[in-house]
Design a protein around this ligand. Structure first.
Ligand code: ATP
Ligand code: MG
Length: 296
């Protein structure tokens, strides 16, 4: 596989930011991006609206120039390895031509143009079927996108990004506007892509809860800087304060997964299990180490 810097990590780095900054027009969107994301990881990109999450993905694809520093992806400067990257843009499912069938739109991931649909090889058709089977939509091949639910359309979009066998899959808000069951289905697909195929995954998300079981780290866009933290450090109290304010609510499932939600303002009648962010960070560290211990 590609190799890179790699003394610190057992795995080669997939994405490396070195003092990277980006402008749109005259405005600096973020700066001092300095981190490495290992291959085989599942990373969330988190931040409030307009902080530059989509900008970050476009930078990694070489679609936006850097104002300073460097970004390397799969061992090369951003933009050079795009053939090995699958990308599901934000709101893609509502933008794509909904007269296409699911199969035709997955095929676009191979041909890159809808005019290629007349010259489909057997091998291409097999690849399309494989990607649709993986995402659980093989039986929807001949449905038009307009006939599919948002959740199924999102899986079509993922199949389209997958069909060229990428090493890195980038999804911009793939869970937006999906109901819980559809969100779970998408997360399940991502989990399998990561575990079974070893794909490196990057996901923009506003709510980490759904992704927590599969995340290995997160990039937080705060104060005009991207901060990367591996998962055992993610629930650092300072970051939690930034993300959720001073109090957060903690829910621990029987499996030991911890979920974090902002404390609802209006909860007068019940006493929620709320904690200061520093306490929550402590809980998480205990939980993490206990779980690690148990797994051995
Ligand atoms: N084409 C553009 N030209 C100039 N500025 C832009 C352009 N697109 C976005 N911006 C600005 O860049 C900043 C970052 O936008 P970006 O879309 O990356 O944010 P985001 O974190 O993905 O937001 P959202 O959560 O709304 O998707 C925003 O302030 C936005 O106004
Ligand atoms: Mg965005």
């Amino acid at each position: 596989m590609h190799s890179n810097s790699g003394d610190r990590e057992q795995r080669p780095d997939c994405i490396v930011f070195s003092n990277a900054s980006v402008k749109r027009g005259e405005r600096l969107i973020w700066q001092h991006g300095d981190f490495s994301i290992p291959a085989g990881s599942v990373t969330a990109i988190v931040g409030t609206n307009g902080t530059g999450k989509t900008t970050m993905m476009k930078t990694e694809l070489g679609l936006l120039p850097l104002a300073g520093g460097t970004v390397h992806v799969l061992g090369r400067p951003a933009g050079e390895m795009n053939r090995q990257i699958g990308y599901v843009p934000q709101s893609y499912t509502s933008d794509i031509d909904s007269n296409l069938t699911a199969e035709q739109s997955v095929l676009l991931g191979l041909t890159g143009t809808r005019f290629g649909v007349h010259f489909v090889t057997k091998a291409q058709r097999a690849k399309v079927k494989e990607a649709m089977t993986f995402t659980g939509i093989a039986d929807k091949a001949h449905y038009r996108l307009s006939e599919l639910s948002g959740g199924l359309r999102q899986r079509v979009a993922i199949a389209q990004a997958l069909v060229c066998d990428p090493k890195l899959l980038m999804l911009d808000e793939p869970l937006a506007n999906l109901d819980l069951a559809s969100q779970r289905a998408v997360v399940h697909v991502l989990a399998r892509l990561n575990k079974e195929l070893g794909m490196t995954i990057q996901v923009v998300a506003h709510d980490l809860n759904m992704l927590l079981p599969i995340l290995t780290g997160a990039v937080y866009l705060l104060d005009g800087h991207p901060h990367y933290a591996a998962m055992n450090d993610v629930l650092d109290s300072k970051l939690l304060t930034h993300l959720y304010g001073t109090k957060v609510q903690v829910v621990t499932t029987p499996q030991g997964d911890m979920f974090v939600t902002p404390t609802p303002d209006e909860a007068d009648d019940v006493v929620p299990d709320t904690h200061d962010t520093s306490e929550v960070a402590q809980f998480h560290h205990h939980e993490y180490h206990e779980r690690k211990g148990r797994a051995q």
